[in-house]
Design a protein around this ligand. Structure first.
Ligand code: GLU
Length: 474
């Protein structure tokens, strides 16, 4: 029987959760769920200084918001815990001791400045910068002397520079790396704490992770971690390095690019499922493109993933996907979702009943691309727009504007009877050679301040008779 699949999402609590994080979480989630495996959350909090608790809470909160539930992790617990790296130091120490006992590591006393100087010399000579192993060749007496003198040191892993490692990846098949191109890497820092490379390996190893799905920025770490797997005579996991998400200019996305930060998207009224759906579309082809988490779990094709080095973020496409998800959202749920956005933008909206909001949403839902649009879309409902006849003349020409306004004026008595009013202005427009968009555009402008948008019929159903008459009478 093959081993149960175990994957993990291993974010560092930096306080900034971005698209790259959530894509890694999603791909791990889909992989585990599709293949009946376990999805583990591990918080890598050893390398960050401030606000760890707050930032970790933000990770948990976001995973909940996205409904990316995990089988093992902080709070949930599990057999392989603890799931916070800061609580796993004893495990790192234990494995380091094994490497020390097997003579696979050595102490390095070189200072940062010395290392920097060596680097510069190598670069100037056109050589790739690689640690020159000064400390590997120290006699044991010399080492003892330095330790006794309290000289700070780090532990380095002794790579076999003759060896070549083969890494099995989902995106490119087997990739070969020659260790001659790598330095003996650090397992600890001079304060005794453990490096990302080492703690990340120890955790994957002890948590029996079978597939490591993470960003391509970790590709160069993979061969080094593979050396550690070999040191413990353990089979390597399979890897999937996710291509970097780039902005329109083709540069790796950063905080400055709209859409990269998850909080920014939440504040801009994007739905969690739309973001996940968009991330699933990136770097793969989905048919149909709009799919729920359950559908993606069933249908996501891991054989068909993109192996290109980078993929481009398309804000318009994300908006389109969001629009599709708003359309799919039941209106009662939408009422709850838009309320905070609406209350934020329009004070008077606080007194709007849920029933009325539901009624309005039925009418405007089709024009809602993000939840934040709600304010602009229905501000007319709360406040009579400022009307300038010149705008109508500019839009349709002097003569047409005059005819349209006359028709409206002649039928104002019918304004409390929607169907009749519409029929009447339609037939009179025909008689006077006015196009429907000219008459309806004018009515819409008088009611809302905008020539385009919600249908006149729906607008008249939304506003009270008094409001309609008041706005059409000019
Ligand atoms: N803590 C690392 C990161 O956030 C995890 C990388 C990995 O998944 O191995 O980039």
């Amino acid at each position: 029987m093959s081993k149960k699949i175990r994957v993990r999402f291993a974010p560092s609590p930096t306080g900034f959760i971005h698209m790259g994080n959530i894509r890694a979480a999603l791909m791990n989630y889909l992989f585990a769920h599709q293949k009946d495996g376990d999805f583990i959350l591990r918080i890598e909090d050893t390398d960050v200084e401030r606000n760890i608790e707050e930032a970790s809470a933000a990770i948990l909160n976001n995973l909940r918001w996205f409904s990316l539930n995990y089988d093992e992790g902080p709070i949930t617990g599990g057999e392989y815990g603890p799931y916070l790296q800061s609580e796993r130091t004893d495990k790192y120490q234990k494995l380091l001791n094994e490497l020390i006992n097997n003579n696979l590591v050595y102490r390095c006393f070189c200072t940062k400045q010395e290392l920097e100087n060596k680097r510069e010399v190598q670069m100037a000579a056109g050589q790739p910068p690689r640690y020159d192993r000064t400390c590997l060749h120290l006699s044991s007496d010399k080492v003892k002397e330095k330790v006794a003198a309290g000289q700070p040191f780090i532990w380095r892993f002794k790579l076999n520079h003759e060896a070549i490692v083969e890494i099995d990846t989902l995106e490119r098949g087997v990739i070969k790396f020659e260790y001659k191109n790598f330095s003996d890497f650090a397992l600890t820092r001079s304060d005794g704490s453990f490096t990302f490379l080492f703690s990340n390996f120890v955790d994957d190893f002890l948590m029996q992770i079978t597939h490591v799905i993470r960003g391509e920025d970790h590709l160069t770490n993979t061969p080094l971690q593979a050396a550690l797997y070999n040191a413990f005579s353990c089979k390597l996991p399979r890897y999937w390095h996710l291509p970097m998400i780039c902005n329109v200019e083709g540069k790796k996305m950063s905080k400055r690019d709209f859409g990269f930060g998850i909080q920014e998207l939440r504040d801009a009224g994007y739905l969690p499922m739309a973001i996940l759906n968009y991330l699933a579309i990136l770097g793969n082809s989905l048919d149909p493109e709009i799919q729920s988490l359950g559908e993606l779990t069933k249908n996501y094709n891991f054989e068909n993933i993109s192996s290109t080095g980078a993929i481009k973020f398309d804000a318009e496409k994300l908006k389109w996907v969001n629009h599709k998800w708003i359309e799919r959202t039941p209106v009662l749920k939408l009422v709850e979702l838009v309320k905070p956005f609406l209350h934020d933008q329009i004070d008077a909206s606080i007194s709007l009943s849920d029933k009325k909001l539901e009624f309005i949403l039925e009418k405007v839902k089709a024009n809602l691309k993000t939840l934040v649009d709600i304010g602009d879309l229905i501000s007319f409902y709360f406040k009579k727009p400022e009307i300038n006849i010149l705008n109508i003349e500019k839009q349709f020409g002097l003569d047409k504007a005059k005819i349209a306004l006359d028709i409206i004026k002649n039928n104002i008595d019918l304004a409390d009877k929607t169907e009749q009013f519409i029929e009447k202005i339609k037939s009179q427009s025909k008689d006077y050679g006015l196009k429907f968009n000219e008459i309806f555009g004018t009515v819409r402008y008088l009611l809302t301040g905008s020539f385009n948008g919600i249908s006149v019929h729906d607008l008249m159903e939304m506003l009270s008779d008094e409001e309609i008459i008041d706005r059409l009478k000019i």
